[in-house]
Design a protein around this ligand. Structure first.
Ligand code: AMP
Length: 528
């Protein structure tokens, strides 16, 4: 594509678990960017071949099947996660590649004898998008807006930002996926409506309610379930096939992880086929060997109605999350004026029907659910570099987002004291005073969490802040004013000052699952 060499382009990137998509605004029009083969979606895959070559994107799809041990998939599930957390535990059980514990609770991916931090892998996917965009625009692209799930915590956001930097991108803004989807739908169309963004992906479900007034996008509330997604349908179908097999052959095979993995893959394929047609054929060759040595295949026909009946309760679970978001947004389902669909699972007719039933109106399907987030990110990107005094700039979108989780500190006996509540509008800040509890105490440590549990340790630990070099005084006499701020990217920043002297208090922040400055330097050098 030809373009003006002096134009400054900002690409919008939807960095997904399964696929990544980029878009850009050129002369006021959004283009979803195709690669050399004309594909607008790139698989979020990085394959490390035996000869040292690294293949990123759709080119790595073959390796993902033939050599999953050396092909990194689903890095987004791992980004910003701490070693001891549930996500990493699940990943170690399910993902075929090897994870090892790195410094500061950060997981590392051990591949062909080299260890990579997760942001490095995501950085490779982002670099691929940067290259595709540069080729498309005929000039190097250096600026980007990257989207993240609304419920990403501070560490996940910081690590996504780092991934962008490692890809050689200046990340102008991190925005939430649902907000981007709303922008794609509502920007420049003089929409005045309350929208629900129903985002049903592979592993997660998110619902966000927004109030759109001209170009002001105000998030009213957001809620999600990070263990509810397309995978649940696949597992349900795998179970169904297992039972079918056992009925037919009279012996059990559900203890075999290879069988389970294969059936899940078949389940995913069948599920997709049933989004398009009424019937599909399950055909698995050589699924297991019977005790008498016979090789057993599995073959039968399924129909959409029968399978979808088995899926209803899974879709129903999304509405519990919607109920929660509506409660927090002080709204009823029938007050929603448009439902925007995002994510691969919303292609299922069952999902569309049930969404229509819940909200009492057909969902909006005119924007491709795989591209809608990237489109919104591109719109935001263009707005960030438009001169606010130009006529175009006068219509800049204003994003009023909220923080999806409460932010707080641990207090005595392990309780959790909330400083900034869930669904508070961002950017925002909150100040608290902490006093020394011992004479001549030189250091105060604060443990920071995000989450809703009253017990601090049941929330996600973001890190520790150390206030050090305190004035030597009797206990309680040194009072430190600590300000916790959440910026427009949803990233937490902490500053502190001595209340009496007004002098800025030195702080040291150790981010859980984060990296030291030195480690980041090493990653920067390696990414060149
Ligand atoms: P996403 O995370 O948005 O890329 O969504 C990925 C999920 O969407 C996976 O669980 C896919 O199996 C599912 N998916 C993609 N296309 C379809 C389809 N046509 N019908 C049903 N599910 C689909």
């Amino acid at each position: 594509m030809a373009s003006g060499a002096d134009t400054e382009y900002v690409i919008g990137i939807d960095l997904g678990t399964t696929n990544t998509c980029a878009a850009v605004v050129v002369d006021g029009e959004v283009h979803v960017i195709p690669d050399e083969a004309g594909e607008t979606l790139q698989a979020s895959l990085v394959a490390f071949l035996e000869d040292g070559t690294v293949v990123v994107g759709n080119g790595a799809k073959k390796e993902a099947v033939t050599d999953p041990v050396h092909t990194i998939a689903s890095a987004k599930r791992l980004i910003g996660q701490a070693w001891g957390g549930a996500e990493i535990k699940a990943a170690r059980e399910h993902l075929p590649y090897k994870l090892v514990k790195g410094p500061n609770q950060a997981p590392l991916i051990d591949i062909r004898g080299r260890k990579f931090a997760v942001p490095e892998i995501s950085g490779m996917v982002l670099r691929r998008m940067k290259d595709i965009a540069s080729r498309y625009l005929g000039q190097p692209v250096t600026k980007a807006v990257i989207t993240v799930p609304a419920n990403f915590n501070d560490t996940q956001r910081q690590m996504t930002r780092l991934a962008g930097e490692l890809a050689g991108l200046e990340v102008l803004r991190i925005i939430n996926e649902p907000t981007a989807a709303a922008l794609a739908y509502g920007y420049g169309r003089d929409v005045r409506a309350r929208l629900a963004i129903y985002d049903f992906g592979g592993g997660t479900f998110d619902i966000t309610l927004l109030d759109v007034r001209h170009n002001v996008f105000e998030v009213l509330s957001t809620s999600g379930d990070s263990y509810l997604g397309g995978d649940d349908f696949d597992n349900r179908l795998a179970q169904y096939m297992l039972r079918g097999f056992e009925k037919q052959y009279g012996f059990q095979i559900d203890h075999d992880p290879v069988v389970r993995g294969r059936l899940k893959q078949v389940g995913e394929k069948i599920k997709r086929q049933l989004s398009k047609k009424e019937r599909a054929i399950v055909n698995v060759r050589d699924l297991a060997v019977a005790p008498d040595g016979r090789h057993c295949d599995l073959r039968f026909q399924v129909d959409r109605a029968g399978v979808h009946r088995r899926f209803q309760d899974i879709v129903q679970r999304t509405f519990l999350v919607c109920d929660d978001a509506l409660t927090h947004g002080h709204m009823r389902a029938d007050e929603v004026q448009g439902v925007v669909l995002v994510g691969g699972s919303t292609r299922m007719p069952l999902v569309r029907e049930m969404v229509q039933g819940y909200f009492g109106q057909p969902p909006l399907t005119d924007i491709n659910p795989d591209e809608v987030v990237a489109v919104g990110a591109a719109i935001q990107g263009a707005a960030l570099v438009t001169d606010p005094f130009s006529p175009a700039g006068a219509h800049q979108p204003l994003l009023l987002d909220v923080t999806p989780r409460s932010l707080g500190v641990q207090v005595v006996s392990g309780y959790y004291d909330v400083l900034i509540g869930r669904n508070a509008a961002i950017p925002c800040e909150q100040t608290r005073v902490f006093a020394t509890s011992q004479d001549n105490q030189q250091v105060v440590r604060l443990q920071i969490f995000q989450g809703e549990s009253r017990i601090a340790s049941e929330n996600v630990k973001l890190g520790e802040i150390e206030l050090f070099n305190l004035r030597p005084m009797p206990r309680g006499m040194v009072e430190i004013e600590v300000t916790f701020a959440i910026d427009a990217d949803g990233i937490v920043d902490v500053t502190a000052k001595d209340r009496e002297t007004g002098v800025a208090q030195q702080t040291r922040v150790r981010v859980t699952a984060g990296f030291s400055d030195e480690a980041v330097q090493v990653m920067r050098r390696r990414s060149q």
